[in-house]
Design a protein around this ligand. Structure first.
Ligand code: CA
Length: 470
């Protein structure tokens, strides 16, 4: 009997925020090919990562567990690939599997990808041009632009697959990660345009915990010469004008990288149609986390704030998902693995911590579906001086506890910082400019949210922070 389980084409980029996708209402660019996925499938407004940084999010996607369980808490804690992952389970259950592009979970020995018939990955962050790639353990040099090359290799693998068996292809782009190097084709895009600035590009970080002010990822102050492609800042600009100038440099390069991804996603979608397998193929487009696009005056991610917490997530499956549906239901990166197993008719391992959202994709929201989520950023101090924190997001509120302690974790930096709390009322303050944690009107809400935070921590078996007694 023919195997009628769906193919899964999982396309993931690195640091692509949903507010740089037109299907999410971007004010700053258009992504016609990504929009095809959303128009012909489902778009999630509330897909969140459980730790907004590259390696940890990737580990969660593969293992279906939070970072305190899979132990990839920071960028300096590579994945022990002997852990159970969803590609391993698909491979064991009759799927052809491949992983092409950015891995960023370490390589060599126990850190190499597992569960894939074929893998070919960038070492570490990888290069934008003429990349080295590790093809099943062997270093190879490629010529060209990395987003194109990853797509070429993905197409080649699909062309050579066994059409009798379903497949899982993980196509992972490096772009649009820093340092945002565009290809030649898009190098002059937006050259004669001004990209609109976010309304809080000149955020002064008042009414927030000190963590926001202490972060070192300001467009106006912290972008380096390489980020600005060594173009000198014009002389005679005021501080504000200089920030605006740097924002234009940054955002244009970022959006040029996104434009190349969009073109290349179009190539993959076209192939599925030419091959006449679009109907039975699940196509996902997502990114390992969000990104600040000048919001709060920042680039980068890490914070539990919306622009960083939110992952784009659009999914198309003509045989099983209605077209053009937008949902506000909450899904997390920890839910991806169980969902794919559900479609592949493979039992979900008991220690996994997410839930399949296949019912939501089929138009039925389970009665007990999650209405809050737990987040934890472990990488205290490192790179951009963001304090370690954990928190809870519900549909209306966000409670953040900056416990501010490196906890001797690899990849952290510096000393502990004084613990502090933030509460945002997302209905009243969607841009998260006004911490109401100490406001008396919210005292009861704070108590309730802390109880829910404790419940979530217990549920996912994480340990609340204990202040040091030294
Ligand atoms: Ca990333």
């Amino acid at each position: 009997m023919a195997d009628t389980r769906p193919n899964i084409l999982f396309i993931m980029s690195d640091d692509h925020a949903s507010h740089a996708m037109s299907c999410y209402g971007s004010r700053i660019n258009a992504t016609p090919n990504l929009d095809r996925i959303a128009q012909e499938g489902m778009l999630f407004n509330h897909c969140f990562c459980t730790n907004s940084i590259c390696s940890p999010s990737r580990a969660t996607i593969l293992t279906g567990t939070y970072n305190h369980v899979n132990r990839v808490t920071t960028l300096a804690t590579p994945l022990d690939s002997r852990q159970l992952t969803f590609p391993q389970l698909l491979q064991r259950n009759g799927y052809q599997t491949a992983m092409i592009g950015k891995w960023h979970l370490g390589h060599g020995g126990a850190n190499d990808p597992t569960g894939f018939d074929y893998w070919n990955v960038l070492p570490g962050q990888g290069a934008y041009h003429d990349p080295v790639m590790i093809d099943m353990g062997e270093r190879k040099n490629y010529e060209g632009y990395t987003t194109d090359i990853i797509t070429d290799l993905s197409l080649e693998w699909m062309r050579n697959r066994d059409p009798e068996k379903p497949f899982l292809l993980m196509c992972h782009h490096k772009a649009p990660h820093r340092p945002w190097d565009p290809d030649e084709k898009h190098a002059d895009m937006y050259a004669d345009e001004e990209i609109p600035e976010p309304d809080n590009l000149f955020d002064d970080y008042s009414n927030r915990a000190a963590a926001a002010k202490n972060a070192e990822m300001r467009v106006g102050r912290d972008l380096n010469a390489r980020d600005l492609k060594n173009e000198p800042v014009p002389e005679g600009l005021s501080e504000e004008e200089e920030t605006s100038w740097k924002y234009q440099k940054y955002i244009k390069d970022y959006l040029r990288c996104v434009a190349s991804i969009d073109d290349n996603v179009g190539r993959l979608l076209d192939y599925l149609e030419e091959e006449d397998i679009a109907e039975e193929t699940i196509v996902v487009y997502t990114s390992d986390q969000g990104f600040f696009l000048g919001d709060h005056g920042w680039y980068d991610k890490r914070f539990m704030y919306e622009e960083s917490l939110r992952m784009p997530f659009i999914i198309r499956y003509p045989a099983g998902i209605e077209p053009g549906v937008v949902t506000d239901e909450m899904i997390l990166n920890v839910d991806f693995a169980p969902t794919f197993l559900d479609y592949a008719e493979v039992d979900i391992p008991i220690p996994w911590q997410g839930s399949s959202f296949r019912p939501i994709l089929e138009g039925v929201v389970p009665e007990d579906w999650q209405i809050s989520m737990y987040y934890r950023y472990w990488m205290h101090g490192a790179h951009h001086n963001v304090a370690a924190h954990y928190g809870l997001r519900t549909h209306r509120y966000k409670l953040i506890y900056y416990y501010g302690d490196p906890l001797d974790n690899p990849g952290t930096r510096g000393e502990a910082t004084p613990p502090e709390w933030e509460l945002f009322d997302l209905h009243e303050d969607p841009r998260e400019m006004n911490n109401v944690y100490h406001h008396p009107d919210y005292a009861l809400i704070v108590t309730q949210l802390k109880q829910e935070l404790s419940r979530q921590q217990a549920r996912v078996r994480d340990v609340p922070y204990q202040e040091r007694q030294d």
